[in-house]
Structures are given as C-alpha cells and as structure tokens.
Design a binder for this molecule. Structure first.
Ligand SMILES: Nc1ncnc2c1ncn2[C@@H]1O[C@H](COP(=O)(O)OP(=O)(O)OP(=O)(O)O)[C@@H](O)[C@H]1O
Ligand SMILES: [Mg+2]
Length: 352
C-alpha cells in the first residue's frame, strides 16, 4: 500500500507526463487542433491533490505552455491557431476558477459536518450529565437528611442508639442505590442493555418507601397503600422502575408542601389492569396539576419549582415507554394529582 504522500507524488508525475503529451500534440499538430483544451482535464484532476495556490500556479503553467505551443507550431492557418489558443487559455482559466470554487465548497461542507458532530456530542454528554445529576441527587438528598436525623438521635441524652442504627442502615441502602444508578449509567455509555427480568412491583415499591421514609416523616406525609397481593411479576429493569416510583413520590411530597400538615395524604395502589398488564398509581392531595395543559408536566425541562430540573416526569416516561409501558396523569375529583403507570407482566409481552 502507498502512503498518501507517495500517492500524491505518483499522481503529480502522471499529470506531468499527460501535460507533456498535450504540449507535444498541441505543438506538433495543425493550428486547427485545439489540443490545449485538454489541459482543463489536468486542472480538474490536480485540484484533488494541490492546494489552491498550487492549482493557480499549474493553471499559469498550462496557459504559458499553450502560448509556447502557438509560437512553435509550424502547420496550419495562423489566425485559426490564434483563436484556438485563446479559447484554450479561456477554458483553462474558467476550469481553474470552477475547481477552486468546488474545493472551497467541499471544505465548507467538511467544516460544517465537523461542527455538527461536536454539537451532537456535546448535547449527548450534556443530557447524560443532567440525567445522572438528577437520579443521583435523590439518594444523596436522602442520605443527607438521614445523616442529620442520626446526629439528632445520638445527641439525645441518653443517645438513642437503636434509632441511629436504623437511620445508618437507610444511609447505606441509599448509598447502594446511588452507586447502582452510576453503574447503570456507566453500562449505558458502554452500550450495555438495561437488565430486564421478572420482578415483584409491590416489593420494589416497598423498598422505595423504606428509602423515602425519612423524607415522608420530615414533611408530615401520611401514607396509605392498597397493594394487590396477587400481582404477577412484571418484566423490566428493577432499578429504572424504582427511579420512576421515586420521582413520583418526590413530586407528590413537593406538591403537598403548601397544604396543611394534617391533609398531606399519599395513597399508593397496585392492581392488575388487564390480562397482560399491571398498574400502579401514586395519588397525592397537593396543589394539583396545571389546569390549562396537564400534559405539559411530561415535557423535558418544564418545571414550576425554583430548584427543579423539570426532568423527573420526562425521564420516567422515557423509561416506561422503553419498557413497553406507559404513564398518564388522571383527573381527580377532590384536589391533588394522580399518576398511573402500567407495565407488562413477565411472560405477557412479545419478549416472553
Ligand atoms: N404530583 C404533582 N402535583 C402537582 N404538580 C406536579 C406533580 N408532579 C409534577 N408536577 C408538576 O410538573 C412539573 C414537572 O415535574 P418533573 O418531575 O418533571 O420536574 P420537577 O419535579 O419540576 O423537577 P425534577 O427534575 O427535580 O423532578 C413540576 O414542576 C410540577 O409543576
Ligand atoms: Mg420531579
């Protein structure tokens, strides 16, 4: 295989030979033969290997050779030779100009492509960073509030070691959750597929509730659950579905911040929605969804919170749709909001 610089040298040598042949033909044949026009082909071929300045020099050389041929030619009508040489020089000039334009356009396209690629890469990295920040922030916030709680238990006289031990266990569980999320994101960037398997949705919810315990207690939220004990296992990525549940619980807690402490009720239900699907609802008694456009809450970056990213629901919807599931906000009669999501049961979908 030839290197690119030796390929260039070979190309220039071949072009030199072709130019010599054109010069010989132009000089030795009759004035009536407009051989100089073939220099145009040389210019076009050379535009692939020469810089703009090199190409202009080559064009000047071709024009010079055409003039020299004219003076050296001995056959034919002088006037016809003059006209043909002038046409040849014009063709060389126009071809050079077009070749330069073409190369400039090609360079502009290449430049635009490179810029587009950089933008695409930056926005993927940006999106990924935002979503990692969002998902890891949840367990980190829970760790901070559990740590504060355990400090309070230990500061009591006598210290409540039992309670402190329980809070430490929650910190540990939250820390594991954060590292699970990171591991999953790492897997995603390596192109690994999410880990899908059959799992108990009620159990996944109860685990999330255990982790949200201090958050709910701190905000004086009373919890009630109506879980269907006979629920079949669902099929999906357990950690991702737990992220969805966590997002819905956090939103519910935020929405109830403004209502009196005694009315902050969170109701979680699960049931079999159809022979192939299981549903779960997260119902709060908070401020309720915007009346004019409730669907907007699923838009990425749509938020009414000062510290919100507006990503929780849009990420949740992407996760569920990737699971062949869905999520919707249901209208509620007496204030608050109700989010319902559905997932296929294990063995009930096309995967099983
Ligand atoms: N349970 C709810 N009750 C009332 N409004 C809600 C509820 N859940 C979501 N919303 C509205 O939808 C918006 C978008 O929610 P989403 O979870 O996507 O983002 P966020 O909570 O604002 O920020 P973050 O990215 O931290 O989750 C919220 O800002 C809020 O206005
Ligand atoms: Mg949210």
């Amino acid at each position: 295989m030839l290197s690119s610089s030796s390929r260039r040298t070979v190309a220039l040598l071949v072009l030199g030979v072709v130019m010599a042949a054109i010069f010989a033909a132009d000089t030795l044949t009759d004035y009536a033969v407009a051989a100089a026009c073939f220099y145009a082909a040389v210019i076009l071929a050379a535009s692939r290997v020469l810089s703009a300045r090199g190409l202009v020099r080559l064009a000047a050389l071709c024009i010079g050779l055409t003039g020299l041929s004219f003076f050296l030619t001995r056959f034919g009508t002088y006037r016809i030779g003059l006209v043909n040489s002038a046409i040849g020089m014009l063709v060389i000039g126009i071809t050079t100009w077009l070749a330069l334009k073409m190369e400039a356009a090609k360079a502009a396209v290449q430049d635009a492509q490179a810029r587009l690629l950089r933008v695409a890469r930056a926005s993927t990295v940006g999106e990924l960073t935002t979503s990692i920040a969002h998902e890891v922030n949840q367990p980190l916030a829970a760790i901070a509030s559990s740590a504060e709680a355990s400090q309070r238990w230990l500061a009591q006289d006598p210290p409540n070691v039992d309670k402190a031990r329980q809070t430490l266990a929650r910190i540990l569980a939250d820390a594991h959750r954060a590292s699970d999320v990171i591991a999953r994101v790492r897997g995603l960037t390596r192109g690994a597929v999410p880990e899908r398997q059959g799992f108990d949705l009620n159990q996944a919810l109860l685990e999330m509730l255990a982790l949200s315990h201090s958050e709910l207690e701190q905000h004086a939220v009373t919890l009630s659950t109506q879980l269907d004990d006979a629920l079949p296992p669902v099929f999906g990525d357990r950690v991702q579905v737990q992220q969805v549940i966590g997002n819905l619980i956090l939103n519910a807690v935020d929405a109830m911040a403004e209502v009196p402490a005694g009315s902050r009720r969170l109701v979680l239900r699960s049931w079999r929605a159809s022979p192939t699907r299981v549903a779960m609802s997260v119902r709060d008694h908070g401020s309720g969804l915007p009346l004019d456009a409730p669907e907007r809450v699923f838009d990425a970056f749509w938020t009414t919170k000062s510290g919100g990213l507006g990503l929780g629901l849009s990420l949740s919807r992407s996760i569920l749709e990737a699971h062949d599931g869905q999520i919707r906000a249901e209208p509620v009669a007496d204030g608050g909001a109700c989010f319902v999501f559905e997932l296929p049961i294990d063995g009930g979908g096309p995967h099983g």
